[in-house]
Design a protein around this ligand. Structure first.
Ligand SMILES: *[C@@H]1O[C@H](CO)[C@@H](O)[C@H](O)[C@H]1NC(C)=O
Length: 219
């Protein structure tokens, strides 16, 4: 519709601007009109080309708009992950000399030699790690002891046993063991290590008896 109106307007325009219209001796009016009609057809074809180009341009614009949205989303996600809390700690039992811990009634192991404590989740005066945020945490620990006592330790979450190491009295001189667990925690959950009843662990600056943990991702 719009296209036909344009053609008509152009034709009218040409009729008016053509100098000496109707007074020319060398070309009759019919021929002149045919010539103009051909020009208009050619113009119409060009217009179709332009429309096709415009459609391609529109498609490109749509694509770019989609890509920009994706980039914005990724940027936001990236900023989110750099804002995410960083929580990690690692400690061993003895910060000097030698420690034989246990058997005793206060069975909590307090790891005194703190290698790292990003986020201050681990309290080196109580031996308790408190989750600062909700998320999945990974813990690992190792224990070492001599054959005079049961050796090993239990990882406790809010006072409940989770995973442990254990070695009973045996003829060999000493025993080392390790274990690990991934735990879903909410902010405020407490994780610590405990001796077995009648158990004993040993440590010195070789770091045989250790406790480490970190936030894998907040959730
Ligand atoms: C291209 O996009 C413009 C703006 O949205 C629209 O007016 C035009 O009709 C579109 N052209 C084609 C060929 O799709």
């Amino acid at each position: 519709m719009e296209f036909r109106a344009l053609r008509l307007l152009t034709l009218l325009g040409l009729l008016f601007v053509e100098p000496g219209f109707g007074q020319r001796g060398d070309m009759d009016v019919g021929e002149w009109l045919r010539e103009k009609a051909e020009l208009l057809n050619a113009f119409g074809d060009k217009l179709k080309d332009v429309r096709a180009l415009e459609a391609r341009l529109n498609a490109t614009v749509d694509q770019l708009t989609g890509q920009k949205a994706e980039v914005d989303r990724l940027r936001e996600e990236n900023e989110g992950s750099t804002r995410a809390p960083r929580v990690a700690f690692s400690a061993s039992l003895a910060d000097f000399g030698e420690i034989y811990k246990g058997p005793c009634t206060d069975k909590t192991l307090i790891y005194k030699r703190v290698f790292s404590n990003t986020g201050d989740g681990y309290d080196q005066s109580t031996g308790v790690f408190t989750a600062p945020v909700c998320g999945l945490y990974f813990f690992s620990f190792s224990t070492y002891g001599y054959n005079t006592h049961v050796t090993g330790a239990i990882l406790m979450k809010n006072g409940a046993r989770q995973v442990s190491t254990y070695d009973g009295l045996a003829a060999d001189g000493s025993d080392g063991a390790g274990n690990a667990v991934a735990l879903q925690l909410v902010a405020g959950d407490a994780v610590h290590m405990e001796l077995w009843d009648g158990g004993r662990v040993f440590d010195n600056l070789n770091g045989h008896t250790t406790f480490s943990g970190f936030l894998v991702f907040p959730a």
